[in-house]
Design a protein around this ligand. Structure first.
Ligand SMILES: C[S@@+](CC[C@H](N)C(=O)[O-])C[C@H]1O[C@@H](n2cnc3c(N)ncnc32)[C@H](O)[C@@H]1O
Length: 204
């Protein structure tokens, strides 16, 4: 059986308001990701959320002093429609990795997006080379990774492609993409959850 596009799955979720549960579920990890990345970004800064879903992280970023603007990008029509209905930020309906922004950013944030791609390592390189200002910071979180065995059944359960990589493979991909000062963290780990794997790095 062929897999369905992740963007179709998430449009279905948006129409069933399942984006709200996802927002609540991701909040603890994203709070840690923003804390660690904002400590490394100089204000004023611009930001982009890649695979932004309903745009909740963009709204959080725009509320932070020093953030000039936050842009959201997602390939799900229903998610972007919802994002636009919930605030007046800039949201782009676009399939990645093909789409390119018309500006570069100081902070690139992404939560639970990268592994839906066939080649996440290439996306990291494109983000580094084409989306970021010099000195910019990328922070990305993923819950589907080798060390999180509870996540291994997700592709089959959802019939969606997911690329499974280990923590060390993600780190190597960050370095190969050109990032420096690469750090790997586990965010929001608790009993029964090994944590969101967070990668953070700088464009020199
Ligand atoms: C698990 S959701 C996470 C959404 C949001 N980051 C959050 O934390 O609520 C993954 C998002 O990535 C988007 N996505 C998946 N593959 C994509 C692609 N190739 N291009 C653009 N967006 C994509 C989906 O439409 C979905 O909204």
């Amino acid at each position: 059986m062929t897999t369905r596009a992740a963007t179709d799955l998430f449009s279905e979720w948006a129409m069933k308001n399942k984006d709200e549960g996802m927002e609540r579920g991701h909040a603890a990890s994203v709070t840690e990701m923003l804390d660690m990345s904002l400590a490394q970004v100089n204000a004023p800064f611009s930001a982009v959320d890649v695979g932004c879903g309903n745009g909740w992280v963009c709204r959080a970023l725009e509320a932070i002093e020093g953030c000039t603007h936050a842009v959201g990008v997602d390939g799900s029509e229903a998610m972007i429609k919802k994002a636009k209905s919930l605030g007046d930020g800039a949201f782009h309906l676009a399939l990645l990795p093909q789409w390119k922004p018309s500006e570069r950013f100081d902070l690139v944030h992404s939560m639970e997006f990268l592994y839906y791609l066939k080649d996440p390592s290439q996306m990291l390189k494109v983000l580094h080379d084409e989306w970021m200002n010099d000195g910019g910071v990328l922070v990305a979180g993923i819950d589907h990774y080798l060390e999180n065995s509870d996540s291994h059944g997700w592709p089959e359960a959802l019939n969606v492609h997911m690329t499974l990589m280990s923590e060390s493979e993600w780190k190597e991909a960050m370095i190969a993409a050109g990032f420096v000062d690469v750090e790997m963290h586990r965010a929001a780990a608790k009993d029964g959850f090994v944590g969101t794997l967070v990668m953070m790095g700088k464009r020199r």
